[in-house]
Design a protein around this ligand. Structure first.
Ligand code: PEP
Length: 250
């Protein structure tokens, strides 16, 4: 059985004190969760977040990781550094990193392999641009991103990897893919994984939807066969909304 995972991507929001306050508000709404709950604050908030999460069922995630162990990579963080402060999950290849920070399919692949080798669970983000959807090439764009992200990843490690389908046009825009659109592309991702590793592995991989998921639309999206959870941006910053999404995940 694959895991349902609801993960909050806090992006560049919250100071350490504010992160602690938000976690304290999320703890009760996450306590009865039927799914894995993850919060991904900024790097500077990770130690405070780890402390605030003590004794809770919520896991800690980071928003990026470098593929080298150490060295001259100003501004970057290694797998070991993240693990040392209690991180278990890491978002890789978010569209904002692809768009603004030069992330490519090749660096996504390197980061994914480094995370897996070091024992972190990667949440690999894939998704098409609006014009790619309009050109009718969504499925091939997403399949290509998945194949490149997983290139050189073993079947055992592929099973541990989380894929987040995040159509770029739906992120932070208030536009959500319909539940059917989300299900279709998550299904394409599963079929792509099956073509690489076989159906058994594909059945075990958690595939999330992300893109303006909120308290109002989560239920319909999360009911879909191929949608195994959500990667949540804006709504993850409000405890009641995040709680409603957690409650919708079964
Ligand atoms: C995201 O950043 O991963 C995301 C899905 O953002 P939002 O929910 O705000 O669209």
């Amino acid at each position: 059985m694959r895991k349902t995972i609801i993960a909050g991507n806090w992006k560049m929001n919250k100071t350490p004190d504010e992160a602690t306050a938000l976690i304290n508000a999320i703890r009760p709404v996450a306590s009865g969760a039927n799914c894995e709950v993850v919060v991904c604050p900024t790097a500077v908030c990770l130690p405070a977040a780890k402390e605030a999460l003590a004794g809770s069922n919520i896991k800690l995630g980071a928003q990026n990781v470098h593929f080298e162990k150490s060295g001259a990579f100003t501004g970057e963080l290694s797998v070991d550094m993240l693990k040392a402060v209690g991180v278990e999950y890491v978002i890789i290849g978010h569209s904002e990193r692809r768009q603004y920070f030069g992330e490519t399919d090749e660096t996504v692949n390197k980061r994914t392999k480094a995370a897996l080798a070091g024992g972190l669970i990667p949440i690999v983000c894939v998704g098409e641009l609006l014009w790619e959807r309009e050109c009718g090439i969504t499925n091939e764009v997403v399949a290509r991103q998945v194949k490149l992200a997983l290139f050189g990843v073993s079947a055992e490690d592929a099973k541990k990897t989380v894929i987040a389908y995040e159509p770029v046009w739906a992120i932070g825009t208030g536009k959500t893919a319909t539940a059917d659109q989300a299900d279709e592309v998550c299904g394409v991702i599963r079929a792509t994984i099956a073509s690489l590793y076989g159906a058994e592995v594909a059945e075990e991989v958690t595939i999330q939807y992300g893109g303006s998921m909120n308290a109002g639309n989560a239920d319909e999206l999360l009911r879909k066969e191929n949608v195994d959870g959500g990667l949540i941006g804006g709504a993850a910053l409000k405890a009641p909304d995040f709680g409603a999404i957690i409650a919708a995940a079964k």
